[in-house]
Design a protein around this ligand. Structure first.
Ligand code: NCD
Length: 330
């Protein structure tokens, strides 16, 4: 067994079977190797065990400052990054677009440079523009973690989703995963597609034809215009919200009709395997993409996804700090 260096080792209970990936930034899952993905998932499982202790805290990131820079709304992702940073004893600063000088016309780069002058080590950024995290990674000296950029990637969501699947199903090679809904505007779908392709799962996507981008198969999935074909024999059913904030109103007639043709209710869920996992990244629109009976039913792992989000973000912050030489020496 190889162990992590510094304080995260014997005392912390964090041990690793694989070498740790170099992760100076986490911008997306597209370029992560299978070995790196598995190492992050294993580290996340160790972090989850820390979260189950009476004292849910490690001293690992003492003296490291994590800035959460959210230029787009968030509940789960932001709280979970802040909690993850605190569980590792980092200091946190948090930025909200609506109460900041961004609303007075300051550019993202000027805001980021000013915040950088205060000395954060890691910046967790969410932005409505695809590429905003990459843009900052090239221009400021901090480690950048992408917390969702436009319709591009949401890497920690992808990681927490595959962690949840792996916990329940074991090796994901050959498992059938159905991702249903607004594929076109979903960064969650893209990050999942990259990770699941790397781990050898068979991914099927379905949604209204207007919300299935042409060429999506090039990301390693099979696309269906009818939801039933994607659900047939699936091990995992992941439902996505309609991203109204990223589209006009002309992609489908109305929410009622959407639910009739694409919503997951108990009857449709019966097309999947008997114990298929039901997942959703949140926020859910009950009665639109998912019925309340299914969202709250025995197959739903939606709240386990949220729980796993904290562990995954602890692992990512830890790896970014370690890769940048920020982790405290023992
Ligand atoms: C997702 C997001 O923001 O991309 N939510 C999340 O991070 N949990 C999905 C969504 O907003 O529908």
């Amino acid at each position: 067994m190889m162990e992590a260096t510094g304080q995260t080792g014997q005392n912390s209970g964090i041990s690793l079977a694989r070498p740790l990936p170099q992760l100076r930034h986490l911008l997306g899952l597209q370029d992560l190797s299978r070995q790196d993905l598995l190492a992050i998932l294993d580290l996340s499982a160790d972090m989850k065990a820390v979260n189950a202790r009476r004292i849910k805290k490690l001293p690992t990131l003492r003296g490291v400052t994590v800035l959460t820079l959210f230029v787009e709304n968030s509940t789960r992702t932001r709280m979970s990054f802040e909690l993850a940073a605190k569980r590792l004893s980092a200091d946190t600063m948090s930025f909200t677009a609506s109460t900041s000088a961004l609303s007075k016309g300051e550019t993202l780069l000027d805001t980021a440079r000013n915040l950088e002058a205060m000395g954060p080590d890691i910046v967790v950024i969410r932005h409505s523009c695809s590429g905003a995290p990459q843009f900052l990674a090239q221009r400021i000296g901090c480690g950048i973690v992408n917390a969702g950029d436009g319709a591009h990637e949401h890497p920690t969501q992808g990681l927490l989703d595959v962690l949840t699947m792996r916990e329940k199903l074991g090796d994901l090679a050959g498992k059938k995963v159905a991702i249903i809904g607004d594929i076109r505007h979903s960064r969650v779908a893209r990050s999942n597609l990259f990770a699941l392709a790397t781990l050898g799962a068979e991914v099927h996507v379905a949604g209204p034809a207007t919300l299935l981008p042409t060429g999506i198969e090039q990301l390693g999935c099979i696309a269906h215009p009818r939801v039933e074909a994607a659900l047939e024999g699936a091990d995992v059913v992941m439902m996505l919200r309609i991203q109204r904030e990223r589209q006009g109103n002309d992609f489908f007639p109305n929410a009622h009709e959407y639910h009739r043709f694409f919503g997951l209710d108990q009857e449709r869920l019966r097309l999947a395997k008997p114990h298929a996992l039901v997942m959703h990244p949140g926020p859910m629109n009950r009665g639109v993409e998912i019925s309340p009976e299914v969202a709250d039913g025995p197959q739903s792992v939606i709240l386990q996804q949220v729980e796993n989000g904290v562990a995954v973000r602890m692992a990512v912050l830890y790896l970014v700090a370690l890769s940048r030489g920020l982790q405290q020496a023992a």
